[in-house]
Design a protein around this ligand. Structure first.
Ligand code: ADP
Ligand code: MG
Length: 300
């Protein structure tokens, strides 16, 4: 739990970032390593878990879970923000919005409630944050999950995706959500973080998808056993294996996020275009497997 600060600090520019992507694609892993790396760079960071699973921040806290805002609200009827904020690795502030009791209510409401609560209580300013990173969800399935985008709370959105079609499908849906709110002060897209993408055609698929949708790959993050080992120890790779190559990749990502200024409205593919695009890649991969073309698409 974090002590409530009394003194007013001068306002500073807080960079607010939202990370979206299909379930299980590596959002929380990437976000936690990003938060840890940014805090190592001297920034004050809050990681705000918006997934009803409420497991966003546990590798920042030795594998321990924290009470969620919705849980506290159910128990006490009201929540003081400082009860919901817990310090993790190197002072990263951890918050979990939580969700309704399973099978009851709307999960998106948790985010609306949690974000409003911290906003009303002026927490970001009081803590003197440099970064708030929202670890959200896959598809923008309901208004609640769109909150960080829709209300313009986040300035920049990044999506985590592999080259799997369902991950790309979710990313494309997110792009539709961003495009929809982009003229009404909503958050814009900073780019895609390619997770668990090895070389060859996996990289070509991702590269092709970002170029068709008018965005960029911010960072390629390889699949790594160091991540698995660190997670099993309840820690981020930045904490558990700071000298590893993988930790270096996450530090590179943090530097790119630090330098990132200009986000844009993406150009999502419509269902027909996405279907045709996928079919083209299906043919392409078949040809690669048969040895007719190289992964770049060039005929051998
Ligand atoms: P999400 O938050 O998108 O649901 P998680 O971050 O919880 O996904 O990741 C799901 C699983 O994949 C975790 O067990 C995590 O350790 C693993 N994982 C994610 N990224 C990598 C990676 N680059 N290398 C190895 N394992 C990874
Ligand atoms: Mg997660």
């Amino acid at each position: 739990m974090v002590a409530k600060s009394n003194g007013k600090k001068p306002p500073r520019k807080i960079k607010q970032i939202a990370i979206y992507g299909k379930g299980g694609i590596g959002k929380s892993t990437t976000t936690s390593n990003l938060s840890a790396a940014l805090s190592d760079m001297g920034y004050k960071v809050m990681q705000f878990g918006c997934d009803p699973k409420a497991d966003s921040t546990n590798t920042l806290r030795g594998g321990a879970y924290i009470p969620t805002i919705l849980e506290l609200l159910r128990e006490n009827g009201r929540v003081e923000a400082h009860e919901a904020i817990h310090e993790g690795y190197n002072g990263v502030y951890c918050v979990e919005a939580g969700g309704p009791s399973p099978g009851v209510g709307c999960a998106g409401r948790g985010i609306i409630t949690a974000v409003q609560l911290l906003k009303q209580q002026n927490v970001y300013e009081e803590l003197g944050l440099d970064y708030v990173i929202y670890d959200v969800l896959g598809d923008v399935v309901c208004g609640g999950f769109a909150v960080p985008i829709r209300e313009g709370i986040a300035q920049h959105v990044f999506t985590v995706s592999s080259s799997d079609f369902m991950a790309i499908y979710a990313a494309n849906n997110l792009f539709k959500g961003i495009q929809k709110y982009s003229n009404a002060g909503g958050a814009l897209l900073g780019g895609l973080i390619a997770n668990s993408v090895s070389g060859g055609y996996q990289r070509s698929i991702i590269d092709d998808f970002v170029s068709r949708t008018g965005t960029q790959v911010l960072q390629y993050v390889p699949r790594s056993i160091t991540v698995t080992q660190s997670e099993l120890a309840g820690r981020t790779t930045i904490e558990a294996a700071p000298d590893s190559e993988q930790a270096g990749v996450y530090r590179e990502l943090a530097k790119k996020v630090e330098a990132h200024e200009n986000s844009a409205s993406p150009r999502p593919l419509d269902p027909r275009e996405l279907r045709d695009w996928a079919s083209e890649w299906s043919d392409q991969i078949l040809a690669i497997e048969r040895g007719e073309v190289r992964s770049s698409g060039a005929l051998i």
